[in-house]
Design a protein around this ligand. Structure first.
Ligand code: Z5A
Length: 213
């Protein structure tokens, strides 16, 4: 879909992927690239990016010895997201050219809906609690599970789940990308970071979100 590079409303780009896919590095690269091009850029991550969201993040990712039920996990991800949308995203949309978010609702659809098997309730609640916000573009950094996991240094609670879970995640993301090819672009994240950056730049130029070069 053709988009103008300068918009009255920020272009909302989300970055998704499996563990060790290079999300953090790609986001840093994009942020610097936007700044070099004198574009106003804002970066968020999920869950988190607000005070409340960061507290929720601690429960989700780092509290040892607490057994979260799958439904509680879902509700906490949604709660962190609505806080981010209402506190930041809605306001920031008129102040920035590009807003980049490290994960957004596709992660909920895939992790809670597909891999944890919560299914339709996830789709419905994601629709409701995204409060009308939809990414303009989503980059899915696709890498084989084994390759991604090998790149990690310290696995956290979720990263310690079995290989079959991670494989399900990849299938889930690829299904979403197939269902929404206009929005979700697959980036081959198996090569070097510089190769990944080139692909990302190419997609953003094609979508007229960032200038070429
Ligand atoms: N989650 C969920 O279940 N439901 C939801 O709705 C949402 C999230 C929003 C967030 O954790 C967790 O929440 C996430 C999904 C779940 N679960 N997991 N796992 P997080 O924010 O702590 O973690 P993350 O989102 O997975 O990102 P991360 O830890 O920041 O990792 P990353 O962005 O994937 O890191 P990375 O850039 O891939 O780097 C990992 C290492 O690999 C690093 O040392 C890099 O230098 C190296 N790397 C990456 N790419 C390459 C290449 N191409 N070559 C060589 N080395 C590389």
């Amino acid at each position: 879909m053709a988009k103008k590079i300068k918009r009255s409303k920020a272009t909302f780009v989300t970055v998704e992927g499996l563990e060790g896919c290079g999300k953090s590095s790609v986001i840093k690269f994009l942020e610097n690239f936007c700044k070099k091009k004198k574009l106003k850029v804002q970066v968020y991550h999920e869950p988190g990016s607000t005070k409340i969201g960061e507290e929720i993040r601690k429960i989700l990712l780092y509290k040892k010895g607490m057994k979260l039920s799958f439904h509680t996990e879902l509700l906490l991800y949604l709660a962190a997201r609505t806080q981010l949308i209402e506190e930041r995203l809605k306001k920031d949309s008129s102040e920035f050219d590009i807003i980049i978010c490290d994960r957004f609702y596709d992660s909920t659809l895939v992790y809670q809906g597909y891999a944890l098997g919560l299914g339709k309730i996830v789709k419905k609640s994601v629709d409701i609690f995204s409060l009308g916000i939809k990414p303009d573009l989503t980059l899915f950094l696709d890498v084989a599970v084994e390759v991604g996991l090998k790149r990690l240094k310290i696995p956290d609670r979720i990263e310690s789940r079995p290989l079959s879970f991670h494989k399900k995640l990849r299938t889930g993301f690829l299904k979403l990308a197939k269902a929404e090819p206009e929005r979700i672009k697959i980036i081959d994240a198996s090569g070097s970071l510089s190769d990944i950056y080139s692909q990302v730049k190419e997609v953003l130029a094609q979508e007229k979100i960032l200038p070429k070069g």
